[in-house]
Design a protein around this ligand. Structure first.
Ligand code: GMT
Length: 379
């Protein structure tokens, strides 16, 4: 198939899933065209089946807000027409689904029909999409898509609850490259960072308020009162200055809490970690937790959104109500006990294996094929 993928190019989960999907499809022999405003961060290797098309918005003094959606729709028209795409797959509804609708209508006037698949990732529904400023456009463009997928059963349920959706939504969960995300021997790193055998707790996110990074710090502070421990924080974002202040107020030094920034090789740090913390207020799936589990790191999380579909309470980690830091400290101490940790680690990896790339990517291929076949029958 000749596939167009539209996504955000950043470290965010939807961009990562879209890019990993494109890479996996290219390895299976499909031609994959990425359409976005800059090179996706995970588009980091050469393959003859991978193409990247940058959306350029010419500056003009009248534009207070550059009209990205129009430039994106125009680029989609261009690429579908000239690269003869069979299907367009847009990740994150806003503004990609409505831009795809516009492109599709323009292409019809040129006698070209291309099916559009929209994948809902989370905040496009649970936070931003629900807002009255966007809701009518989000509802319309989901209903106009030829196929709709959501990354968890919970996200599908929320979408039906908050939007008047007439389409079937298929659940296709996030997936993981088990060869990349596996426990590696990084004992030199562990010895340097935890010289006295301290337990290493880790959190990775974009440091937005929905991630409740302040709870991460408070959980760590509770744990270290009972067990020698250190905290590794991977990622960056708007909440970082506030989190740094909380650390200082609690008397935590840079030796206790390390801000590692936007690391690309997160699997190397996960390889030396003992426990992953995800106290999110909302989380449609929790890709960061899946990456941790794949590296044999159990997860202490909330029960928000789709997280319990990934983190099985008492098996791969433990879940608590949002904001219940005390319970998360208790759970963390339980999982970290010497007699418990090995079985949690093994179960985390075993469960991650059920989300392997080769199990999930065929679900997307089947979804594309159904949309292409339906388009042909309709003509
Ligand atoms: O987590 C974020 O805020 C980024 C966001 C995104 O769309 O880029 O991630 C969402 O999509 C990921 C991939 O499908 C999911 O694993 C994350 O759970 C989801 N984040 C939220 O729902 C908050």
């Amino acid at each position: 198939m000749n596939i167009g993928i539209v996504c955000y190019p950043t470290f965010g989960g939807s961009g990562v899933v879209a890019t990993e999907l494109g890479k996996a499809l290219a390895l299976k022999g499909h031609r994959v065209h990425f359409i976005t405003y800059s090179q996706p961060v995970r588009l980091d290797f050469f393959n003859e089946n991978l193409f990247y098309h940058e959306v350029y918005i010419p500056p003009y003094p009248l534009f207070q807000f550059p009209p990205y959606e129009l430039a994106l729709a125009s680029k989609m028209v261009d690429i579908v027409q000239n690269e003869k795409l069979d299907v367009l797959h847009v990740h994150y509804a806003i503004p990609h689904a409505s831009a795809a609708y516009m492109a599709k209508q323009i292409l019809i006037t040129k006698g070209i029909r291309v099916p559009v698949i929209t994948t809902l990732h989370g905040t496009d529904i649970t936070l931003v999409g629900k807002d009255a400023s966007y809701e009518p456009v989000v509802t319309f463009s989901i209903n106009q898509s030829d196929g709709v997928t959501a990354v968890s059963a919970d996200l599908r349920k929320e979408t039906y609850e908050y939007f008047a959706i007439e389409k079937d939504i298929e659940v296709i969960p996030n997936f993981i490259n088990l060869d990349r995300f596996k426990k590696q021997d990084k004992s030199h790193f562990k010895a340097a960072i935890a010289p006295d055998g301290e337990k290493l707790l880790i959190h990775t996110s974009n440091f937005r308020s929905v991630k409740r990074v302040e709870d991460v710090v408070h959980i760590f502070d509770g744990v270290r009162k009972h067990v020698p421990a250190k905290l590794l924080l991977v990622g960056d974002g708007p909440d970082r200055p506030r989190i740094e202040k909380i650390c200082r107020d609690l008397g935590l030094t840079s030796n206790d809490v390390r801000f590692l920034g936007k690391l690309e090789a997160v699997e190397e740090v996960l390889s030396v970690s003992d426990l992953f913390l995800m106290p999110s207020e909302k989380e449609s799936f929790g890709l960061a937790a899946l990456e941790a589990m794949s590296c044999e790191v159990p997860v202490i999380s909330t029960n928000a959104g789709g997280i319990p579909e990934l983190n099985e309470h008492g098996i791969t980690g433990m879940v608590s109500n949002v904001g219940d830091v005390e319970d998360m400290v208790k759970n963390a101490l339980f999982v970290l006990e010497d007699e418990n940790l090995p079985r949690f680690k093994a179960a985390a990896r075993a469960h991650a294996e059920t989300f392997a790339t080769d199990k999930i990517v065929p679900l997307y291929e089947a979804c594309y094929q159904r949309a292409i076949d339906a388009q042909l029958t309709a003509v």
